[in-house]
Ligand binder design. Structure first.
Ligand SMILES: C[S@@+](CC[C@H](N)C(=O)[O-])C[C@H]1O[C@@H](n2cnc3c(N)ncnc32)[C@H](O)[C@@H]1O
Length: 213
């Protein structure tokens, strides 16, 4: 993929056009391990409802719901082109809508919520986390997956418009939004979106809405 780091950074933030579709396919490959870690933390059960923010082209979604009778999924993405691509995976159980977490009216409340590689773009952060808190039922769980600062800071495409996280900083913001939080750092052996082999460190947050604020 021949593209400047700045353009790649913009595409990761809001994929669009033919390049956006390619970038999304690249993410399907490079984010598999992180998605698997988040799926494990989410522990979605039959009959539960799930809101995912920023699902991109939605390729991972059917596997997320496989075998879970009665579960329902809504994927909300800022990019119209991602939502159009994701419609290929829609079903009576799985829906996608275009919108911004901060302004889109969300049906709900949901049992669970998920956002993988999206928290970097929420600036300011706490209002977005509060919107997720509001979207959940009492007792509901939010899972966030991101790469840590050391992983992100080593790549030129992440320099503009990305917030980096060390671990405690995002946990503190989640607590400020009302959640009870735990997180784990987990290793990934993966490639970058440009195809270079690279060890990565994932941060997986499990945030519980124990009571309405
Ligand atoms: C880096 S991609 C991650 C895609 C996928 N979750 C993955 O990890 O492979 C970020 C996605 O989040 C979407 N996004 C960014 N900010 C958003 C917001 N405020 N509301 C909804 N979607 C957003 C983008 O359009 C993009 O599809």
């Amino acid at each position: 993929m021949s593209v400047t780091p700045e353009e790649l950074g913009r595409q990761l933030r809001t994929p669009s056009g033919p390049l956006g579709l390619k970038v999304a396919e690249g993410m399907n490959q490079t984010n598999q391990q992180l998605i698997a870690y988040c799926q494990e933390a989410l522990a979605l059960a039959p009959g539960q409802s799930l809101l995912e923010v920023g699902p991109g082209n939605g390729q991972h979604v059917p596997a997320l719901l496989a075998g879970l009778a009665g579960s329902r999924y809504l994927g909300l993405d800022l990019s119209p082109d991602m939502v159009a691509a994701a419609q290929a995976h829609s079903s009576p159980q799985i829906r996608f809508e275009q919108g911004d977490l901060l302004s889109h009216p969300l049906p709900g409340p949901f049992d669970k919520a998920l956002a993988i590689n999206v928290a970097y773009f929420w600036q300011p952060l706490v209002p977005a986390l509060k919107a997720l808190f509001e979207a959940l039922k009492v007792g509901g769980t939010l899972v966030l997956g991101v790469r840590d600062r050391a992983t992100m800071a080593s790549q030129p495409q992440f320099q503009e418009g990305f917030t980096f996280f060390d671990g405690p900083d995002l946990a503190q913001a989640l607590e400020e939004a009302g959640f009870t939080v735990s997180y784990r750092q987990r290793p990934e052996h993966s490639v970058t979106i440009l195809g270079q082999l690279m060890p990565k460190q994932a941060l997986i947050y499990t945030a519980i809405k124990e009571a309405a604020c």
